[in-house]
Write a protein that binds this ligand. Structure first.
Ligand code: G1P
Length: 226
């Protein structure tokens, strides 16, 4: 929302209904607060005034498959992908907003990058790129979870802006590592014929799939309507 996104599709697995419920009314809570004459607290629980839709991913066929489930929702427009196990706190321009600015200039897909310690690079897609100007560069390829010789120290951190063209690559590629449709494979195919940019993101970034980063991220969390 902080980046100006007004239409959101949340792709969830069967066991993640709480995420969908979070953006819905809670009749139990409304009744309880009414009984206790504390309805003013409902203000804090308001549903954001944007279009939020959800869909289930029935089979765990990977990130690429999850994105393909959004094809009809997206239509023929550029769109952003946000992986929620990466959180970025930045007051000036939100993480995704920094990518959108680059998209608006170049009209090409943009990957969000962040410098990561050497020993952690094997957890991420790592880019081979050429820096063009401050924070922005041209991406040549992504090596997914490099076990040695990473091409740079810049990890792809779950923020992307794509042209709808990416769907045709996602539809063409065969299942890769883990028998899953890998977004990285589709991006690498696309990079053979399409320029794409990388932007090093400013902000406090946490990979909340790592316990210590999850704990550290909590100090920044605010309810979405504050
Ligand atoms: C996915 C992507 C990887 C990216 C990472 C960011 O990996 O495949 O390229 O760097 O998200 O968090 P996963 O975390 O699903 O293993």
């Amino acid at each position: 929302m902080a980046s100006g996104i007004e239409e959101i599709l949340i792709v969830v697995s069967r066991s993640k209904n709480l995420i969908v419920d979070y953006f819905d009314r809670s009749l139990e809570l409304e009744a309880f607060l009414k009984k206790k004459q504390k309805t003013h607290l409902l203000e804090k629980n308001k549903i954001p005034n944007i279009h939020i839709q959800d869909t289930r991913q029935p089979y765990a066929r990977g990130l690429g498959d999850a994105i393909l489930l959004g094809k009809n929702f997206v239509g023929n427009e550029p769109f952003a992908v946000l992986l929620p196990d990466e959180v970025i706190f930045e007051k000036k321009t939100a993480g995704l907003g920094q990518l959108i600015k680059v998209y608006e200039r170049h009209k090409k897909s943009v990957l969000g990058l962040y410098e990561v310690e050497n020993q952690l690079l094997s957890n991420y897609g790592v880019v081979e790129w050429q820096k063009l100007e401050k924070d922005i560069g041209k991406v040549f390829s992504i090596v997914e979870k490099p076990s040695n010789n990473p091409p740079s120290n810049l990890a792809v951190i779950g923020r992307y802006v794509f042209n709808p063209l990416i769907f045709s690559y996602l539809e063409k590629i065969k299942p890769g590592v883990g028998d899953e449709i890998q977004l990285t494979d589709a991006i690498n195919e696309m990079l053979k014929s399409e320029n794409s940019y990388g932007v090093t993101i400013h902000g406090n970034r946490f990979d909340i799939s790592r316990f210590e980063e999850y704990m550290a991220a909590n100090q920044f969390i605010q309810p979405f309507n504050e």
